[in-house]
Design a protein around this ligand. Structure first.
Ligand SMILES: O=P(O)(O)OC[C@H]1O[C@H](OP(=O)(O)OP(=O)(O)O)[C@H](O)[C@@H]1O
Length: 385
């Protein structure tokens, strides 16, 4: 048995903190089960530091069939404060689900946020998520889906591809070349070319035994090559930008200007900015997969129609708006909003039925539009990277 909490356990609400079970028991014992409104919030007031909202499809799956109504901002929305979700119903109906709900939203939003930072650092490059190896395999599909929400073009994980209905990307590890041996790189590339399905891009890993320019030229002379990937080890990297430019120059000089150059290995926004004009695309792993989860909390803000909250939290149900310049505006529900403000909450669940639709591409478009609007990931917020 793996140490994995099953999907069924999560769905039935048992993936919870013990104090929720004890709270439900105490309320049952006291004969209390108030109708409440609860909100999921990271920061109470907008503070100009934006994050990407993701994980909503799993959250909807979790809360479906409960006797609750849920509203949420759409996936891909950049938020900088105020609620992103509102749950309404009898408290004991959803109390036990708080732990898993926050986990779904927090982790996915953190990954999508770093993915968007990477995307904004290399807006026109091909970007693939390579980070599944850094995380527990049970969450690989969440990581890959969240990378797509953040604007990535694809990912490497096979099982995630099956779940998400996308073809995984990637060609060869160093292990393939090493299984052949020094001087036999050509045999490795030829074996890959012979075995790979027709539509798979022919991208040769070109840094295993000799230098990147040497192996790139040899690969281009050996098979009908689409690209080379440079994954140069950090200790040997020196000036990676210079290496990439030299490879590009020598490929062009030898008549292989149609061969693209991809880079991978320890890349984040800073490196992508440094390389984006000399490389065609990037594989990004840990920077995205190891992102810090967003610090969401679920708080009761209304009990039996009366505003109520703990100290430091804002009581009462709220509406969230985005103004024309992308600023968020949080108001008590019912207050007048500025004429140009767009209301962000959309119905997610009505009386247990999921009424929203989920589209990863639309979420990515929203994230990129929002990022443009508020200047997210432009390089000015490098300290957040
Ligand atoms: O560094 P990250 O951004 O997290 O991206 C994941 C890294 O994992 C692989 O490297 P590795 O050296 O493990 O590849 P190999 O198995 O072919 O040696 C891949 O080639 C990336 O460099």
């Amino acid at each position: 048995m793996f140490d994995i909490v099953s999907a069924e356990t999560i769905r039935e609400g048992a993936a919870t903190d013990a104090y929720f079970d004890r709270t439900v028991a105490a309320l049952d014992h006291a004969g209390r089960d108030p109708h409440v409104v609860a909100e999921v919030t990271a920061d109470q007031f907008p503070d100009g530091e934006f994050e990407v909202f993701a994980g909503l499809e799993d959250a909807a799956e979790l809360l479906a069939d409960l006797a609750v109504d849920v509203d949420a901002v759409p996936e891909g929305t950049l938020f900088d404060g105020g609620p992103v979700m509102r749950v309404e119903g009898r408290y004991t109906e959803f109390a036990r689900f708080e732990t898993a709900l926050l986990g779904f939203l927090s982790h996915a939003s953190g990954v999508a946020t770093n993915a968007l930072r990477a995307r904004r650092a290399a807006p026109d490059s091909s970007l693939l998520s390579f980070g599944a190896r850094h995380v527990h395999p049970a969450i690989a599909a969440m990581v890959e889906r969240s990378a797509l929400v953040g604007g990535f073009d694809g990912f490497s994980h096979v099982a995630a591809g099956e779940l998400l209905g996308r073809e995984p990307s990637g060609t060869m590890p160093h292990a393939l070349v090493i299984c052949f041996g020094p001087g036999e790189q050509e045999a490795a590339w030829e074996a890959f070319d012979a075995a790979a399905p027709e539509g798979t891009p022919r991208i040769a890993l070109c840094d295993t035994y000799t230098d990147e320019t040497d192996e790139s030229l040899r690969a281009a002379e050996t098979i009908d090559l689409d690209g080379v990937r440079l994954d140069t080890t950090g200790s040997r990297r020196g000036d990676f930008r210079h290496i990439v430019r030299e490879v590009r120059w020598k490929l062009d000089d030898a008549g292989h200007d149609d061969v693209e150059v991809f880079c991978s290995g320890g890349l984040g926004p800073e490196e992508l900015r440094e390389l984006r004009d000399v490389a065609d695309g990037f594989g990004v792993g840990g920077y995205v997969s190891n992102a810090t989860p967003v610090d969401f909390a679920l708080d009761i803000v209304e009990v039996e129609g009366e505003s109520r909250a703990k100290r430091g939290k804002l009581p009462g149900r709220k509406a969230v708006y985005r103004s024309a310049d992308g600023e968020h505006l949080v108001l008590p529900e019912g207050d007048d909003a500025p004429a140009d403000a767009e209301s962000l909450f959309e119905p997610l669940i009505r009386d247990g039925e999921v009424v929203a639709e989920f589209d990863v591409d639309a979420a990515a478009d929203r994230a990129l539009d929002d990022a443009e609007r508020v200047g997210f990931g432009s390089g000015d917020d490098a300290e957040n990277e």
